[in-house]
Design a binder for this molecule. Structure first.
Ligand code: GLY
Ligand code: MN
Ligand code: MN
Length: 487
């Protein structure tokens, strides 16, 4: 009996011991030193006697008492690592002496709450923010109201303009209240609601409150990736490329768009990617001509159709953005191949121009020229100079914590990661020979800019029409994944 008891206790200890250092929890998150370093980088760009104020993203309601999966504001995550809602952070240029404490940053967090944590999981709280995120000073959000921070003494108060999608909940320390208190403390309403008759006072306040600086400064920081960020971004991209390979192997014309989407997303989960970086785009046939088609409702992809798949895994906050377009039956028709090879040729030429110091507008010019010339040679347009909507979008954007990460789009710099994504879309009914109708092709890769030239981080996913066809011949474990018919 005693032995039994000891065994029971030791099992208990092993259970809790392993819970504390769960070997199955990922350990490759950004470190607290990363976030601290990023706050220092922002502080270095701030002028004397200024404070930067950031708010967490709002919680968005899906229906009744169910909310959408919460996603932190990328700037907030970048600077703090805090993933919970109802929070704000103040970053001061200089040390502040408040209540006998000296600090140059303070994080206001969600309060620990046993009942709430029983439903939605453990909160970090003040101690967690100090231990895990490395903030020397953290308070509960409810303390912001009484915090002895005199905003009137700063020459500049930086924040981002508020959106009106913040709900007031029962709590007095939710995002709604944090923003409301902040507005009161900085006299925001006096200028925005025209609530002061004295122009001189209004102008003084207006000159102190700045909603542009952070947009510009955070863009300059985030458009260049650090080594730590690149590790995560490369993982997100590799996972997404493997998703493309697996669907190429598994694809057959009787599949549905949603099923193809599921294969990608299953691969993401298998590798520990938490989310999709944006709603997955899986469009068969004419649906591939809808640029951001996210319905994915076509139940039968169909024998002679192409299927355009634009999906990206989000791994620990960082998102890939990879597109491949493949023939459902494993072989491009002559028309499909002509268009595919033209898009590929344009993409290759565009990527070559991803070199340090080159104007970021140049690759799109190159790509556009090749596509226009090709479309004219195929007789789809009458002349390469003519206006058309077969290639109606840009060729690139930064990726990172956002799929459309902020960027200045000036010149390429080392450690930027930028997509290259030309496409040709010829919807049914277009003003050309109908043999081209329903062809929608985009090829999108994620390119790292280095001193030694562009590095294609998503090249693992087959790119040429020949490589795609060869990969589609490979067998898939999903070939034998047959579920029973529903009653
Ligand atoms: N997946 C969205 C885009 O390519 O920009
Ligand atoms: Mn893209
Ligand atoms: Mn995309």
């Amino acid at each position: 009996m005693i032995l039994k008891k000891l065994t029971f206790i030791s099992c208990f200890l092993i259970f809790f011991g392993s819970y504390a250092q769960n070997p199955f929890l990922p350990e490759d998150y950004l470190t607290k030193d990363f976030h601290k370093d990023r706050r220092e980088a922002l502080r270095a760009k701030m002028p004397a006697n200024s404070v930067a104020v950031f708010f967490a993203n709002p919680v968005r309601n899906r229906a009744n008492d169910v909310d959408y999966v919460y996603h932190q504001h990328p700037n907030f995550y970048y600077l703090t690592g805090y993933k919970e809602p109802h929070a704000m952070v103040l970053i001061f240029k200089e040390n502040q002496a408040v209540d006998g404490k000296l600090f140059n940053e303070v994080l206001f967090v969600q309060e620990r709450n046993e009942n709430a944590e029983m439903w939605t999981g453990k909160r970090l709280g003040i101690i967690g923010a100090q231990d895990q995120l490395g903030f020397k000073v953290a308070y509960n959000g409810s303390d912001f109201k009484s915090a002895a921070i005199d905003f009137s003494k700063f020459d500049k108060i930086f924040f981002e303009e508020f959106k009106n999608d913040v709900r007031d909940t029962n709590s007095n320390a939710d995002l709604y209240d944090l923003i409301k208190t902040f507005k009161e403390k900085v006299s925001y309403n006096l200028i925005y609601l025209n609530d002061v008759s004295n122009d001189k006072i209004r102008n003084e306040i207006k000159n102190n409150l700045d909603t542009q600086f952070l947009k510009k400064t955070m863009t300059s920081l985030r458009e260049i990736k650090t080594e730590e960020e690149l590790v995560l971004l490369k993982k997100a991209i590799e996972i997404s490329a493997i998703g493309q390979i697996e669907i190429m192997k598994a694809m057959h014309p009787n599949m549905s768009e949603a099923e193809a989407q599921g294969v990608h997303e299953f691969v993401y989960k298998k590798y520990g990617a938490e989310y999709e970086g944006y709603p997955s785009i899986v469009g068969a046939g004419n649906n591939g001509c809808i640029l951001h088609y996210i319905d994915n409702t076509k139940t039968l992809i169909g024998d002679n159709n192409l299927i355009l798949m634009d999906l990206g895994a989000e791994y620990h906050g960082y998102t890939a953005d990879v597109t491949r377009t493949i023939p459902a039956n494993g072989k491009f028709s002559p028309e499909q191949k002509l268009i595919y090879d033209l898009v590929f040729k344009a993409q290759e030429a565009g990527i070559k121009a991803y070199t340090v110091g080159t104007k970021m507008s140049k690759p799109h010019d190159i790509v556009k020229k090749i596509i226009n010339k090709g479309l004219a040679e195929l007789g789809i347009i009458n002349s390469e100079k003519i206006y058309h909507t077969y290639f109606p979008h840009g060729s690139m954007h930064h990726i990172g914590l956002d799929v459309h990460d902020p960027g200045n789009y000036n010149r390429f710099e080392e450690n930027m990661v930028v997509t290259m994504e030309p496409g040709i879309y010829i919807p049914n009914g277009s003003d050309c020979d109908e043999k081209w109708w329903g062809i929608g092709i985009r090829i999108e890769d994620d390119i790292l800019i280095t001193k030694n030239g562009p590095v294609n981080l998503s090249e693992k996913a087959p790119r040429t029409s020949e490589e795609v066809e060869a990969t589609m011949k490979l067998s898939s474990v999903l070939d034998s994944f047959i579920l029973p018919k529903l009653d």
